[in-house]
Design a binder for this molecule. Structure first.
Ligand SMILES: *Cc1c(COP(=O)(O)O)cnc(C)c1O
Length: 435
């Protein structure tokens, strides 16, 4: 199986190249050149890991040595489907994707990507090439998932940049926890400064001797594993209700939605998708008829969805023409007030505590139901409510109990390197990380 750029102006490559390079030389994003059908037996796979392995075999087998072990090691945490009971949310399914080590769905992609990259890059490291350095800018969940996923992988270093004073207390605790091979860098600037530093570092001749790679959701190695939990939920819901579901996806950069489209293209039965956005609504407006355009990013309570120019739109457009896109995917956007109101309403009606991102999805699902949807609805729950204790408490009056994964970090050694938002400050940190 080869991987083709969405812009079709550079040649198809093997998976190993797509994993290590991230972006195609023509500036496009990689997609599998063909999408093999789900094996007949997918519904009967005994466990989620078995289902994931069966689904990923055509994409990974022959491309990455020992791929199945990588997948089974990465996807070793529970993914329960919870059925809500009560009020306007009665009967809705919530697919909880946040039981991994850093408590967001980003663990699925980051843990798998780390293990695949380690396997495809090992020969180069053994052959004397220096370590591969993952450079990642983060405003929230990606950084800790990538740091945790890659920590301790031989031949890999992680340098993660986060903006001073702009991540939550819980997120900062997760970002600066010491991990083998990981350097946390606190930038005196904004998230945009962090992203600019990463971009310019790739082009800086001083770093020519360092093998740099990125791990954001432009990397196809994050999206392929995410396709598997859609099929996991579809078969559970089909078993319970006899019908294919509508998936509601709290969306920002559209990586998660793209993974759902890949699962559908592989033959997973689905009644439709809802892209649920916060005030960063360019894609929702596009689905309602507007031309897709980049917009300035707005800050909201669902900060991991604060994306003005979703990079995976390019993949959505490559997978579905404009008409098909609008037929299959409905767009909705939810204001900050409506998000907090939804957190409160869900809690009062059902007792369920949702993070602000999941709440955007639940509100979108409630509207869909109100508009007459009869198919079962699955809302993807993207983060643990305890990652956002202040927002949850102000909406519901209840502070979510701290899970062990977060409590343990309170006594865990922590450190970071503070820098000015300049490449001159970053370059020596990247060199120091090589040691
Ligand atoms: C990253 C993230 C999202 C948005 O996912 P995309 O793949 O960027 O659309 C939603 N919720 C949470 C909690 C996230 O961390």
């Amino acid at each position: 199986m080869t991987y083709t750029s969405t812009r079709h102006a550079s040649p198809p490559v093997p998976l190993a190249t797509a994993l290590v390079d991230g972006l195609a030389p023509d500036g496009g994003l990689y997609l599998p050149t063909s999408i093999p059908p789900l094996l007949d037996g997918w519904r009967a796979a005994p466990t989620y890991a078995d289902l994931a392995a069966a689904m990923l075999a055509p994409w990974l087998a022959g491309e990455v040595e020992d791929w199945e072990m990588a997948v089974r090691e990465a996807l070793d945490f529970p993914m329960p489907v919870v059925r809500l009971v009560g009020g306007a949310f009665d009967g809705m399914f919530v697919l909880e994707l946040f039981h991994g080590p850093t408590l967001s769905f980003k663990d699925v992609g980051a843990r798998t990507l780390a293990r695949l990259v380690a396997r495809v890059d090992a020969a180069r490291v053994d052959g004397g090439a220096g370590p591969l350095t993952v450079l990642v800018a983060t405003s929230g969940d990606t950084g800790s998932a990538v740091a945790d996923g890659f920590a301790g992988v031989p031949g890999v270093r992680v340098v993660l940049l986060f903006p001073e004073g702009r991540v939550s207390e819980v997120q900062e605790r997760q970002l600066i926890a010491e991990r083998p091979g990981v350097t946390a860098v606190r930038v005196a600037g904004t998230f945009d400064d962090c992203q600019r530093l990463v971009k310019t570092a790739f082009a800086d001749p001083r770093l020519d001797g360092v093998r740099l790679t990125s791990a954001n959701s432009i990397n196809i190695g994050r999206l392929l594993p995410q396709a598997t939990y859609y099929a996991h939920a579809a078969r559970i819901v089909e078993r319970e209700s006899g019908e294919a579901p509508v998936f509601v996806v709290p969306s920002g950069n559209l990586g998660n939605l793209t993974a759902g489209l890949l699962a559908r293209a592989a033959g997973m039965p689905v009644a439709g998708f809802v892209a649920a956005h916060n005030a960063n609504r360019a894609f929702a407006d596009h689905l309602a008829g507007a031309v897709m355009e980049a917009r300035p990013t707005l800050a909201t309570p669902s900060n991991a969805m604060d994306v003005g120019a979703p990079s995976n739109f390019e993949r959505v457009a490559a997978l579905l023409g404009e008409d098909e896109r609008r037929r299959l995917i409905a767009g909705t956007w939810v204001s900050d007030d409506e998000t907090l109101a939804a957190m409160r309403a869900v809690y009062q009606a059902t007792g369920y505590l949702a993070c602000p991102h999941t709440a955007v999805g639940l509100e979108a699902a409630r509207r869909r139901r109100e508009a007459g949807e009869t198919a079962p609805i699955v809302v993807l729950s993207t983060a643990h409510p305890a990652k956002f204790p202040d927002a949850v408490e102000s909406a519901t009056g209840l502070r979510p109990p701290e899970p062990d994964a977060l409590a343990r970090l309170r006594d865990h050694p922590a450190s970071f390197v503070p820098i000015a938002p300049t490449l001159d400050a970053l370059v020596p940190v990247v060199f120091a990380a090589q040691g």
